[in-house]
Design a protein around this ligand. Structure first.
Ligand code: F6P
Length: 541
């Protein structure tokens, strides 16, 4: 698209222009580069995007056919072309809105499943669904990827709303995970949720069998304390889970977009069906905004365009996600799957190599912790890392309001410092005031220079309620979709995870000594030999 060339030319023309100069030139910049939707305020003024650049980026979204693709997604078209599927996670949070796939209204099924989930959650929370030893005290969700990261993130995020059984999450095939999680739990009052769309995933099925064996030691009928969240009814039956304990969903719900339906059962158990409905409603409100707001005021679109300016235009390969909200500690991990599994592709929908970089490398940690770890590099390192700050105006602990003021001050200070920096003269003056002079002052001053001009966005919301969390997740989902459309990627497949799975399958018998190490590269063969040698004494000793 020619518009890319215009954007590149514009980027070259403004390279080296300091972001602060944009505020000096335009006193209304903060307002002009702030957008609002529902409870969210997005400030993207601390970037080097000006009104001309923004207009070009919006034109790019338009030229890529974003409005049409967006409509195609919401209306149930098979936009996941490499898997021949519709993409309708939005239907899960809009249960009262009819949507047709192949002529059938899928909302009826969505409502029926939601009703069943609510009935089950009420029974568990109310003590009517009981374990062998009494009311359920603990829930263990066994899943991985989209069947773990979303619910685990949301359950942690909504801790102030927990009034149900304790929820735990097991994902890794490393036996340490299932061991440490089950350790100390009472099998007789534990409910195990096996969350797997396919019900074939190695990690989940291995952990599920281990959990069943653990329970079998104490509970005469462990299957009665198991629930399955899956699209594979035959496999759940083979595992021994009764159909009324299976909550299914259609193939148009992608794994990393699935926490809105059955995969979110642990969230519902933790906060209750009413709060879960608020969570869905928050997501639905963001859907309505994304679907109808003009591109120029559209939060997911703006967030995507800012990200693409930094990544595909300016070449900043990574983006730091910095929630100044401790309960969002798992948000970066959740976003790693959402963004990198969705947009980490090297060919476009038509099979041609991408002309631009794929989506960014996403990473992060909650603030203020990151300030005492990696922010040094972001402030003074040689690479530019665009930052995405998230902040609630208030916390859930009125008695600890002062903590929240300190948290907010630190969040604002980081974005301010990143943009402003500190020049050599300022550093020298600061040191001179402390009594430094001569060569020592010169030498020390250089270490105190902050280049500044480092871009960031800030997303502000009143408080991390279930509705706000729902809106936040939907905002990120639509941002990923927007980027994918502009890059021409199918954001809804994940073929890149397959090769490793296949090779792992063939390595198991080799590691167990049941198959020879033939046809492997020298490094892999040597590592196999080393592992077997190191394990030897443990096995015999
Ligand atoms: O391996 C990647 C993946 O397929 C993810 O896309 C998915 O979220 C995860 O595995 C778990 O899959 P399942 O829910 O089928 O166990």
């Amino acid at each position: 698209m020619d518009i890319w060339k215009d954007i590149d030319a514009h980027a070259r023309a403004v390279e080296g222009r300091r972001i602060v100069s944009l505020f000096e030139a335009d006193p209304g910049r903060a307002q002009d580069f702030t957008a609002r939707a529902g409870p969210f305020l997005l400030d993207y003024s601390k970037t080097n995007i000006d009104t001309g650049g923004r207009a070009q980026l919006l034109e790019l979204a338009q030229a890529a056919g974003l409005p049409e693709r967006r409509e195609a997604m919401f209306s149930g078209a098979r936009i996941n072309e490499t898997e021949g599927r519709a993409v309708l996670h939005t239907a899960l949070r809009n249960p009262d809105t009819p949507v047709t796939v192949d002529g059938a209204d899928v909302s009826k099924e969505v409502r029926a499943t939601l009703d069943r989930m609510e009935g089950f959650a009420r029974a568990v929370r109310g003590g009517r669904f009981r374990g062998y030893g009494g009311a359920i005290t603990d829930v263990v969700n066994i899943g991985i990827g989209g069947s773990d990261l979303g619910p685990a993130m949301a359950v942690a995020a909504l801790a102030p709303y927990h009034d149900g059984p304790r929820c735990h999450f097991v994902s890794n095939v490393d036996g340490a995970d299932v061991h440490d999680t089950l350790d100390g739990l009472d099998p007789a009052t534990t409910l195990v949720i096996v969350a797997s769309k396919t019900f074939t995933t190695l990690e989940t099925m291995t952990n599920a069998r281990t959990a069943r064996a653990w329970m079998a030691g104490r509970v005469p009928e462990p299957a009665a304390q198991f629930v399955a969240l899956s699209s594979a009814a035959e496999r759940t039956a083979e595992f021994g889970i009764a159909p009324d304990r299976v909550f299914g969903f259609a193939d148009w719900v992608g794994g990393r977009y699935s926490l809105w339906g059955p995969i979110g059962l642990s969230i519902m158990l933790a906060i209750g069906p009413g709060r879960f409905r608020e969570f869905l409603a928050g997501g639905a409100e963001m859907d309505a905004h994304f679907r109808t707001a003009p591109l120029a005021d559209n939060l997911p679109v703006l967030l995507a365009l800012v990200g693409m300016w930094h990544n595909q235009v300016c070449g900043h390969a990574t983006r730091a996600v910095l929630p100044y909200d401790q309960r969002l500690a798992r948000l970066p991990a959740y976003l790693q799957q959402l963004e990198m599994e969705s947009n980490g592709k090297r060919v476009a929908m038509d099979g041609q190599e991408l002309a631009r970089d794929s989506g960014p490398i996403v990473w992060g940690e909650p603030g203020t912790n990151g300030q005492h770890a990696f922010m040094q590099l972001i402030h003074q390192g040689t690479r530019v890392v665009p930052c995405e700050f998230l902040l609630a105006a208030e916390g859930h602990e009125p008695a600890l309001e002062h903590h929240h003021t300190l948290l907010a001050a630190n969040c604002l200070a980081q974005s301010e410092a990143l943009m402003r920096g500190r020049g050599l003269d300022e550093a020298r003056a600061m040191l001179a005031a402390k009594g430094f002079e001569g060569a020592e002052l010169d030498r020390q001053a250089r270490h105190r220079v902050f280049p500044g001009d480092r871009p960031s966005t800030t997303l502000l919301y009143p408080r991390l309620t279930p509705a706000v969390l729902g809106g936040l997740i939907a905002l990120y989902e639509h941002r990923v979709f927007t980027e994918g459309v502009i890059l021409g990627i199918n954001s809804f497949d994940q073929w890149g995870v397959e090769l490793g799975k296949e090779l792992a399958g063939t390595l198991v018998p080799i590691l167990e000594g049941e198959a020879p190490v033939t046809g492997r590269d020298g490094s892999t063969a040597a590592l196999v030999a080393a592992i077997r040698a190191m394990r030897g004494p443990m096995e015999t000793g």
